[in-house]
Design a protein. Structure first.
Lengths: 111, 139
């Protein structure tokens, strides 16, 4: 799994390439923590190149969302979510909790 | 019956998923069903490591399968603590995820994504998890 973070004017763009499972989810959690500990709570997570996500990865995202939404200080937006990953979110009942955009440009522009 | 034995650690989840993806394709499942199989075996193996063995590198996961007329039958065998699925409370997927405990989704995914899921505990022999995934047009 490769992770790239790009600080932008109104948010931080997080891009992940590869598979998020119990082995790699802790690293994703660390990256979310680094971003929020730096005082940024507006995050766009571009999932266009995520090939696989298990429940361990989904929970990392819920935890990050919970932290960002606290005190109305921000939010995690999702972009480019592949169909099968969207289905996993939906099955878990997590879709109502995330705003989902077709592209990261659209998501970034919404902050 | 094809069988591979993987040490029970999270680094091997990718190998276990790949092993079963290849088997599911050989059984004639379409790519959506192959992905479902990968998710189910990932959750199953992660649960074995977390709950049956209580952590990484405490035992092995024996991964076997049979190609059947309907699709594929997957058998995961561990030598850890007994697992009783009836003791697991199903997640309330309609509730706010923030108020939920971060658990219980693994078994839920397995049951939703596979056509059958059954557990047996064999005393000293450990847990045997059997899951089946049928081809879309099989029945």
């Amino acid at each position: 799994m490769e992770i790239k973070t790009t600080p932008l004017k109104r948010c931080t763009l997080l891009e992940v390439n590869g598979r998020i499972d119990s082995s790699t989810a802790p690293r994703l959690a660390d990256i979310f923590n680094e971003i929020t500990e730096g005082g940024e709570f507006h995050i766009v997570f571009d999932m266009g190149n995520v090939e696989f996500i298990s429940s361990a990865g989904l929970w990392v995202m819920v935890t990050a969302q919970k932290k960002c939404k606290r005190f109305n200080r921000g939010e995690v937006y999702l972009a480019g979510v592949p169909k099968r990953i969207h289905e996993a979110f939906d099955l878990a009942g997590f879709i109502p909790y995330f705003k989902v955009f077709d592209s990261s440009a659209e998501a970034v522009g919404s902050f | 019956m094809p069988l591979e034995v993987f040490p029970g650690n999270f680094r091997n989840l990718e190998k276990i998923r790949d092993f079963y993806a290849k088997a599911a394709r050989a059984a004639g499942l379409d790519e959506d069903a192959v992905y479902d199989v990968q998710m189910a075996v990932d959750e199953a193996a992660a649960n074995i490591i977390d709950h049956a063995y209580g952590g990484e590198d405490q035992g092995v996961i024996e991964c076997a399968y049979e190609i059947t007329e309907k699709g594929i039958r997957i058998i995961l065998h561990d030598h850890g603590k007994a697992f009783d699925p009836d003791l697991i409370t199903p997640p309330d997927v309609s509730s706010d995820p923030c108020s939920r405990k971060p658990r219980g989704l693994g078994l839920f995914f397995m049951q939703k994504l596979m056509d059958t899921v059954s557990f047996t505990f064999n005393g000293d022999g450990g847990n045997i998890l059997t899951m089946e995934k049928n081809k879309e047009n099989c029945c």
